[in-house]
Design a binder for this molecule. Structure first.
Ligand code: AOF
Ligand code: ZN
Length: 378
């Protein structure tokens, strides 16, 4: 017998398990699973590191380890169970073998290899299936995976720390520190959950950042990428330390590419954007990378979520290319007056042309406030 309140109650437990692996399974989605029998939880699981078991398999193992059975149970999963052979065998096979009476999942898997076939396989095996319990909450846990599967681009947020009047630095460049320790640690949480931290060459030159996760514990460091149209990065830049950093460029320079490969960087040539570049005083236009192409490239390699931490030039270019899904702004209760803005938006002369967002969350972090706003153009 299904009881809607009970379904929501246990699905929320499965959602909490998925939330608990926020930093872990990328490029796989975060999924949670709870096995309930006679009103008692017999097992719990969540998706592991890529290549490792999915949530359902972890939960069924937990049932066995507890000396219990899933026979006749109701199994709650935050995503449609997979039915394909990926890096791991299909979860529906493991579920069918465990003989539950019923499987409840939040939403269909947008992966074209699954997309409803998981549900059909379970039904054909005589298992009762309920779809759609806590679907909105479940979708919010994996915005990047869903975006990659349905739009072919990752879900991208732009992080900035600014004064109340939206300044990220003094005119002389001084920017450390506008926000406090809690806001900075929270920024690292967002880095940790992302697949790749992206910046621009301007920020590499002025700040020489590492772009690694510190201040929070993580089992996995995100990858790093720099948008460097002229391929002018210094091979000693800290962002290249440790190797594996991707450099997106519009310049073909074999010597430089080889020198950067020596320090473990990967150079990716992306054709120049067809968008009209803002004219420079000399009349010579600098090369510009097609930013939407960068996002498509990142999605193709399996990136779900992108954390952008860049200067106003790169931020503006990404916004104007339609690459930003969300603003993640840490605001400090101070005024700076003259200084750098969050994003340069050249050519914007009417409010009707301004990129628009809607607030989706407000949080206090120490003395600061974190604002999340989602693009209405998505
Ligand atoms: C589930 N449960 O916990 C997750 C699922 O390469 P594989 O075998 O790991 O499969 C990856 C795909 O499996 C992924 O693209 C998505 O469609 C699904 N993720 N499915 O049943 C899980 N994480
Ligand atoms: Zn699976």
């Amino acid at each position: 017998m299904s009881n809607p309140d009970q379904d929501v109650f246990y699905m929320r437990q499965a959602l909490a398990l998925a939330q608990g692996v926020l930093y872990l399974p990328s490029p796989n989605p975060r999924v949670g699973c709870v096995v309930v029998r006679n009103g008692e939880v017999h097992g719990r699981g969540a998706t592991q590191l890529v290549g490792g078991p999915h949530a359902e398999v972890m939960a069924l193992r937990d049932v066995l380890q507890n000396g219990l059975t899933a026979e006749g149970a109701t199994i709650y999963v935050t995503l449609e169970p997979c039915c394909h052979h990926g890096r791991t065998p299909p979860c529906v096979d493991a579920l069918i073998a465990a003989k539950p009476a019923r499987v409840v999942f939040s939403h269909f898997d947008p992966n074209p290899n699954v997309a409803g076939r998981g549900m059909r396989a379970l039904r054909e095996a005589g298992i009762q299936v309920t779809v759609g319990v806590c679907a909105e909450e479940a979708l919010e846990i994996n915005p990047g995976f869903i975006s990659r599967m349905t739009r072919g681009v990752p879900y991208v947020w732009l992080k900035a720390a600014a004064s109340l009047d939206g300044r990220t630095a003094l005119s002389n460049g001084e920017s450390q520190w506008i926000t406090g320790a809690e806001a900075r640690a929270d920024g690292h949480h967002w880095r940790a959950r992302s697949c790749t931290v992206v910046t621009g060459i301007g920020t590499v030159r002025t700040d020489n950042p590492q772009l690694t996760v510190r201040h929070v514990e993580t089992p996995r460091q995100p990858r790093r990428a720099v948008i460097d149209p002229g391929l002018s990065i210094d091979a000693n830049a800290l962002v290249l330390k440790g190797g594996g950093t991707t450099l997106f460029t519009a310049t073909k320079d074999t010597d430089k590419t080889l020198r950067l490969a020596d320090v473990g960087a990967e150079v990716v040539y992306v054709p120049e954007t067809k968008l009209v570049a803002s004219s420079s005083l000399s009349g010579k236009s600098r090369p510009r990378v097609d930013l939407l192409e960068v996002m498509r490239w990142l999605a193709k390699r399996g990136d779900n979520e992108i954390h952008v931490e860049a200067g106003s030039g790169m931020n503006g270019a990404l916004l104007q290319a339609g690459c930003i899904d969300e603003l993640l702004i840490y605001t400090a209760p101070m005024l700076i007056g003259e200084g750098m803005g969050i994003a340069k938006l050249p050519g914007l002369h009417k409010l009707s042309q301004a990129p628009r967002f809607e607030f989706i969350d407000v949080a206090r972090l120490g003395a600061d406030v974190r604002l999340r706003a989602r693009s209405v153009a998505r």
